[in-house]
Every structure is written in C-alpha cells, then in structure tokens.
Design a protein around this ligand. Structure first.
Ligand code: GLA
Length: 413
C-alpha cells in the first residue's frame, strides 16, 4: 500500500489514496477531517489544531521591503496544522496535499530539500537558532489555500507551524516574534528576500478589517473594510513564471541602489520611505533611467496607499478603485513585475462599471488579480472572463470571492 521514495537520503512515504478520499471524510468540516486523518496517521488525537489564512493586499505592493506601508487582510482560505508531541522524539510530518510522509531527526533540520517540508523544518531551524529547545513532534499539514496563487500559502503554513509549536512546547513567543522568525525561515529556505507583509497579515488578520501596516516601525492599525455591496474577487491566472524569485530580489537591489545614490547627498535617508520625487530627480534620474523608474513607482505607491486609506475612511470606493488601477499600471510599466496573463485580466475589466478597481496582487509574474466587484455582477463576470481568458490564452481561470477573516488561531483542544 505504500510507495517509498528517497529525497537526499530522507525517507518520503507516499500513502495510498484510500486514506484520504473516503466520501464520509470529505463531508466533514475541515478541522474534523484533520483530526480523523491525524488519528489514522499517528494513532492519537492531535493536541491542537491551528489554522492560518492566506492574504490579500488592497494596495501597497513592493513597498514592504522599502520600509513603506501596506494594506493587507487575511482571507477565508487556510493552511491547517494538527500537532502533538511524538513518542520517539523524532519529527514526523504528513502533507494531505502531497500525500507524503516525512520523518527526520531534530538535529537534521537545517538543509533545504526543495519540498513542502522546507516550510515546516525552516521554522524548526529558526526556533533552534534562537535558542528554543523543542522536542520531537507529529505534524499533519493540510488546507484549502491554493498553492502558488499569490495568496501567500507559504507564509500561512509557516505561521500555522510556528503558532502550533509555540503552544505545544510553551515557548511563550509573542505574535510579532513569530512573524519575524517566519520571515527569516522564508528568506533562508526559498531564497526570496521577501518583506514582512505576508506573515504579518496571516498572523495579525482581523475579521472585516484591513491592516494598515507601517513596515518600518511595525506599528499597525485596523481599518474597517465595509464596502456595501462590493466584494473582493480574486482571479487566479493559474500561472507562476519561473523568473519570479530572481526578479523579486533584483527589484529589491535596484531600490537599494537608488537609496544609496540619494544618500550621497542626503545622509539621513535610509530607505525609499524617506525619499521624495525631487530627491529622485536630482540624484537618480540623472544616473540611471531604469533605477529611477523602479524607485519612482515605489515612492508613488506609498503616497497612493496613504490616500487610499483616506478613501476607505470616506467610503469612497470609486476613488480607491481608481488607485488600484493606477497601481497596476505602475507595477506593469514601471516596476515591470506583471505578465501578459495578469495584464489581460486587468484590461478585461478596466471599463466595466461593475468593477471598481483591479490590479495584480503580490510579488507578480503570475498568481491573482484582486478586484472590487459589485456583488450581483460577480457570477456573470466570472463566466465571461473564464471564456475570454481561455480563448485568448488557452488557460483556465479560477475565481475566488474573498471574505476577510481572523488571522492565525487555535481552533480546538
Ligand atoms: C511577495 C512578498 C511580500 C511583498 C509582495 C509584494 O508577496 O512576499 O513581502 O513584497 O510580494 O508587495
């Protein structure tokens, strides 16, 4: 019944499908399914089940690692983690998505395997590096958050794992410490020098609210997101272009280069957050047109976000939506992190009166667009776009309606 494989000397077991596809199990609420599956795998009830959501970001893209602002929220799609201490002191992992089991020793968690296990062991590695002595554990990972769709499934997994281990081993970590460790794990294991937005949104999300986060001070406030009759709709391109990680790190370096040039004349400047358009004109535009273009987008986007927060407070969805389209334009033409699939989806809704705002979301080069759509228009729009997207690009479009929910939380036991 088991198929065995070997990855870098570790044993990976692929379980028989029967374990997972029983009809009765599929009708159970997700958390109970986790409990049942955990019992089947580890012959005991889990000590606790934690869920951690994916995120959307209304506006403020590629601003987090520039010390700027972001406006994310956690949504109703989750990574689930069920855990308990193991009897043999080893780490036993199982992914219901990949139907793979993995066993390793505590002392063996530092090396990257390019597998889903990295997101779990990356956290263990960070905990160890920060002096937290944790024992062996059994962990089941599941969820309904699409992987690679730009909703930060990796951050959700990392937050769920660290939250669960914090409880299980009484580590007494604050939420913000868990967020910072999760970010470090992502840096170390994926090689993407990401900002803090994804983990922060997953951990700190609050039902019905977006988070206005200052990525420099890490001060934040919740802003009610209550747009009557308007829903957040995500259109998933179902593509993830392979240059994403390299291009992301390259953008980050370009921004740092711009800051260094401004700093020569203004030593007090430490990030693009401190930079004005005049400073950019004088110190960057004269030296390198491309670096100027990248930095200009970020400076503009920060200002746009602050104005967008005022729009939200005034309930002015039209003004907010217009800024989302402007953000897309900047990301596509100046920051150059969009792709033809994302541009197609934004262009297709641009003149549609039922769509108040739309833009690519997250790092770019694939994933989702985020749209503000009149509720009653969603079904027809979704069907039309699915057809147009398939006809134009030969690809399937997936549609999600996002509801803003609480961040990482313990669900049972
Ligand atoms: C990815 C990163 C975030 C952020 C966005 C772009 O999602 O993980 O830190 O930089 O891209 O805004």
């Amino acid at each position: 019944m088991y198929v065995f494989g070997k990855v870098l000397g570790f044993k990976i077991k692929c379980m028989d499908q029967n374990l997972l596809t029983m009809n009765d199990m599929m009708t159970l609420p997700y958390v109970q399914r986790m409990e049942v599956l955990f019992f089947k795998l580890f012959l005991a009830k889990p000590k606790l089940v934690v869920r951690s959501p994916g995120r959307v970001n209304i506006i403020g893209e590629h601003t987090d690692y520039n010390d700027g602002f972001v406006l994310p929220a956690s949504i109703n799609m989750y990574a689930y983690v069920a855990v308990d201490k193991s009897r043999d002191g080893k780490i036993h992992l199982y992914s219901s998505e990949y139907k793979q089991q993995f066993v390793t020793d505590k002392s063996n968690v530092g090396c990257k395997l390019n597998s889903w296990t990295d997101y779990v062991l990356g956290i263990v590695d960070q905990l160890k590096k920060n002096g937290h002595d944790i024992g062996g554990f059994n962990l089941l990972l599941g969820g309904n958050l699409p992987i690679g769709a730009g909703m930060s499934s990796s951050a959700a997994v990392e937050c769920a794992v660290i939250f669960a281990l914090n409880e299980l081993f009484h580590l007494k970590l604050e939420k913000i410490d868990m967020v910072k460790l999760a970010q470090k794990a992502e840096h170390h294991f994926t090689g993407v020098q990401c900002g803090i937005m994804d983990m922060f949104a997953s951990m700190f999300g609050k039902k019905g609210q977006v988070i206005k986060l200052d990525c420099r001070s890490l001060e934040y406030e919740y802003v009610p997101f209550d747009l009557k009759g308007i829903k957040i709709v995500l259109f998933n391109t179902n593509v993830k272009h392979s240059l994403a990680a390299t291009a992301y790190n390259e953008r980050r370096q370009q921004c740092e280069r711009g800051v260094a040039w401004v700093k020569e004349s203004f030593p007090e400047v430490n990030s693009l957050r401190d930079v004005s358009m005049d400073m950019l004109q004088e110190n960057v535009a004269t030296r390198d047109a491309l670096i100027y273009q990248r930095c200009k987008y970020v400076v503009d986007e920060n200002l746009r976000l602050l104005q967008a927060c005022e729009d939200l407070e005034n309930g002015d969805v039209k003004a907010l939506g217009k800024k989302m389209f402007q953000t897309h334009e900047g990301l596509s033409k100046e920051y150059e992190v969009s792709c033809k699939e994302l541009d197609f989806l934004v262009n297709s809704v641009k003149d549609n009166p039922d769509v108040l705002g739309a833009r690519m979301m997250g790092g770019g080069f694939g994933g989702c667009t985020i749209n503000l759509v009149r509720e009653e228009a969603i079904p027809v729009l979704a069907e039309r776009l699915k057809k147009e997207y398939f006809n134009a690009l030969g690809l399937t479009l997936t549609v999600y309606t996002g509801q803003i929910e609480n961040g990482t939380e313990k669900i049972i036991l």
